[in-house]
Write a protein that binds this ligand. Sequence first.
Ligand code: MG
Length: 293
Amino acid sequence: MKLVTFQNQGGAEKIGVLSASGNSVIPAEETGVFYESMQELIGKGSREEFSALAKAALEKKGLPLETIRILAPIPHPSQDIICLGINYMDHAEESARFKKEEFNGERPYAVYFSKRVTNAVADGEPIDGHFDIVDSLDYEAELAVIIGKEAYHVAPEDAVEYVFGYTVLNDVSARTIQMRHKQWYFGKSLDGFTPMGPWLVTRDEVTWPPKLGIWSRVNGELRQESNTSLLIFDIPFVISELSQGMTLLPGTIISMGTPAGVGMGFEPPRFLSSGDVVECGIEGIGVLTNPVK
Ligand code: MG
């Protein structure tokens, strides 16, 4: 099923499930499921409650999409997002070229970094380019994995049990800021640099491990096109490796990295400008569309 966070008539943030037809949302409270946020549902929801939501998606009418405002599925993550850097080989090559670094085609260890998100940007909402301080705004279509239960010392073959679901994430990046501060944190954490959504797709809807087409378009032009089967370090590896030393809590978001075709990969680079429209899509998950402000 597809879980959403939404606002009705400008009211409080609520959670619900997308109807099977895809054109309405059934509020969770209408199915007897009462949680204040998606993170609370992920951490505390029972098997019976998830069954009730799945049933409602098939049977209930719900609120038409045009009457509500869909928010990012986890609008206010309780911890920074864990990100994978250069986790597709073709992106590793273009990234090294842009940075004028040597790249020998070997990547023995995963690159982990984090991204701060106070308010994740919803599908359809604008990305603030911060053009007063940003001269190299870039997009990165990524598969984001949401952890469903506390994970510590997880073996790769057991990792699937710890995955709650998936969403599409655009790891918006200001390249100059990203590079000049050595750590990528600032250049990837400006307000509004994390569009996410349109919804959260539960694990059962996707084959394991996910082998899904992933792409991005800028103003309709295809820029990135790959498949999540080409991840260098895949989801079972990442959950296992991280959990050997750090506890991953329910609601943790892990963004798996982006394939080749980002703006800095072109010669000359093709960065984003005000008025551009970026679409990031993943087969079976959804399409996330955001104009640049
Ligand atoms: Mg990224």
